[in-house]
Design a protein around this ligand. Structure first.
Ligand SMILES: [Zn+2]
Length: 248
């Protein structure tokens, strides 16, 4: 019975997806288990949000997603998952996807492969404990990785996910206390929105962060993306729609 419940829960965030041979190397690198970008023929973009769950901003972000009937892929940090497992459960319950962003957010290119493996498996365990779902998508902190890191992640069953559209939304003066009303805040919100719109491209993977500015920018970002004719999908939805060459 417990096994049945566990597998039902696992189903919430989807099972690991095996990308078929015959998908172009420019989109998915089988050797490195590295997802580079989505189908260039489809007018869709994936929305990913790193570094959460933050107690204040993740609920705001979830609310905006809900209001817009949009779903995102959250790359979560294990120690934050331990602090707020209820937010991770809420992410999944809303139909979002949860991926791995390591346990403590070190630069994975600067630590040993043993530490890389620990960081990924500890975050995976934290998520499993929080919600019963596993993580099989990885976004390395700061997008720092080496070929060795990708191999370690692959060995542990991960697909590492690139980011093709960044908005420097994490660059804020001071810390998370910088919010509405502070000088320059609204300008930063606007700049984040414009940065996303400027880089929109078929198969793009947008990389945003669990931040006050992003929480405030997200509604206009989602609406603006759709006004420009793009569909918003999760990373795994995008992976499943990669074109497979018939010659393979
Ligand atoms: Zn990060």
């Amino acid at each position: 019975m417990t096994a049945v419940i566990a597998s039902l829960l696992l189903g919430l965030s989807g099972q690991a997806y095996h990308v078929p041979a015959g998908v172009s190397q420019a989109l998915f690198d089988q050797e490195k288990s590295f997802f580079i970008r989505g189908n260039p023929k489809l007018k869709q973009v994936a929305l990913s949000i790193d570094d959460g769950p933050h107690i204040l901003f993740a609920p705001k972000i979830l609310e905006v997603l809900r209001q817009n009937h949009a779903h995102a892929t959250f790359f979560v940090v294990g120690v934050k998952v331990q602090e707020h497992p209820e937010i991770v459960r809420e992410m999944l319950a809303d139909g979002n996807e949860v991926g791995n962003h390591s346990m403590t957010h070190p630069r994975l290119n600067t630590v040993s492969q043993e530490v890389v493996a620990q960081e990924l498996t500890r975050c995976r365990s934290a998520v499993e404990k929080a919600c019963g779902a596993t993580t099989w998508l990885l976004r390395p902190p700061g997008e720092r990785y080496t070929d060795e890191v990708l191999q370690t992640a692959k060995r542990l069953g991960f697909i590492t996910v690139a980011a093709t559209i960044g908005a420097a939304d994490y660059i804020v003066p001071g810390d998370h206390s910088w919010t509405r009303g502070n000088p320059g805040y609204q300008e930063h919100v606007n700049a984040v929105q414009e940065a996303v719109f400027k880089q929109l491209k078929n198969g793009g993977i947008i990389d945003l962060h669990d931040m006050p500015t992003t929480a405030d920018a997200l509604d206009a970002i989602i609406k603006g993306i759709r006004q420009r004719g793009y569909k918003i999908v999760t990373v795994s939805e995008m992976l499943k729609r990669l074109p497979v060459s018939r010659r393979a």
